[in-house]
Design a protein around this ligand. Sequence first.
Ligand SMILES: [Ca+2]
Length: 587
Amino acid sequence: MIHYAGMTDAQGCFDSVVDNDQYYPVKKISNESSYQMGNNWWMEAIVYQIYPMSFYDSDGNGIGDLRGILQKLDYLKNLGVTVLWLCPIYQSPLADNGYDISDYYQIAQQFGTLEDMCELIAQADHRGMKIILDLITNYCSDEHVWFQRALKEPECKEAGYFYFRESTNGAPNNWRSIFGGSVWEAVGDGRYYYHTFGKKQPDLNWENLELRSEIYKMANWWLKKGIAGFRVDAITFIKKDTMFQNHYPTLDNGLYPIERLTNYPGIDVFLTEFKNEVFKEFDCMTVAEAPGVPNEQIADYCGQDGYFSMIFEFSYADMNRYYPEWSVDEFKRRIFESQLSSQKGGWLGIFLENHDQPRSPSKYIKPEDLEAFGDYPKTMLATLYFLLRGTPFIFQGQEIGMENYPFSRLDDFRDIMAIQCHQESVENGGSVSGALETLKHTARDNGRTPMQWDGSPNAGFSTITPWISVNPDYLHRNVRAQELNEESVQNFYKKLIALRKNDGTKDLFVYGDIQPIESDDGMFVYLRTYAEKRVVVVCNFSDHEHMIDLPFAAGGILISNYGLPKLDGAKLICPPYLAIALADKVY
Ligand SMILES: [Ca+2]
């Protein structure tokens, strides 16, 4: 790693660093006035996302489980997070790692029992943490009793819970499912059923009132068990154009991508009913996975009277430096655009990683820079997103700077999406090595390798070889090593979390406005303001030095990954991958 000139160990120093009499002009990108959300507990939450299969294996079968999470609650409390989001733990044949539910009221055997779940809720509560679950209602498993009955008896009530269409000459239309191939699957009696995602995930028919009642009953049942809310999966797909007509094919194989048909007109009726029948009764937190919602509709989804508490916005998160549209400046433009849109009336879940994404350092930072600059790019990325306006989410392992797995063969992958996309690419004439190279950088499995707890075999995750390989970098990148190192990525995350919780700075970072400031390519600069308080966040997303005008005379450092700032007169010198938050005074 490079030790940059001017680096000090004085991190966290609160001395005044700039003459307070000086004042520098602010170049604002926009003057949008802010929208006042009421104060809600979930605005102050720090959410930690757990992928249970890969978090901690308590019984030595190579698969993470609920009792494993129970054993790590003190770790999570110590990190400072306040809400745990558990990826699906319901009964499931696990064709899509639990996102294919066969019984909404049972826990998958590999994860434990309903009693374990209730104990987890109670023990988390005892430590001041809440739990939210994934709510998956766009589809269920083909092994759910509803679908099994619908297959056997075309006239039964449950057949109406799905989209069956008859066809004598192949798939009823040319739409492509997200996991590849047609959205239609034949069942052998002239009927086809519709699936947005995998073949084992038939879509539920939200036009059917009885189906909707079943969904509301189930969601209410879980809220009464004591969970604090839901992350709502793939919700913008629930309304379909039920004419199911062909669209002009845009893909080489003659298919039309279903992703273009999200957020279909009329979805508002379902979402309003969902809120009234379930969420309204509880002071719960709901965060919707809502691809396809244009910025001008953010307020409908998550404003003060929106369908949900907040949404995940994907315009920036779906970028990857291996995609042609990637540039740091475009990444910045998309982040700031969604921030300003949500500020007009709404609230975002802000995140860099989740179980559907590769690891953020690998996704956004050049490999040679990760090599050369050590942890600076990681702490810069952390600062960049964590101090934005919204509720921050940390995906397991992100807090120790985990990186992508060095995939070298198809057998290493476990994800149904990776395997099907690879197959489709090769069938369409792509090379095996080309398809593998793409997957290496984009596959969801990159985020699903086991949590790296320590340097012991299997990274301390399990006593046996886990269901998916451990990243070999666990020997030096693990929780134990970072706990012992004051300068670790994990300790930097703890400092960021504290800024959102401490009395002096909580109002700024939780309830304050955001104002992007125009800056050089590669520089992310934004203001957060609350009443008379001001803080400027400066991140250098490049491998070279920049100089910037500070928007005001800085009086205190709230956080810095380079220690004390270096100034040239009125200008802040920004070494590569600097991240610093400077306040107008000490808070
Ligand atoms: Ca286990």
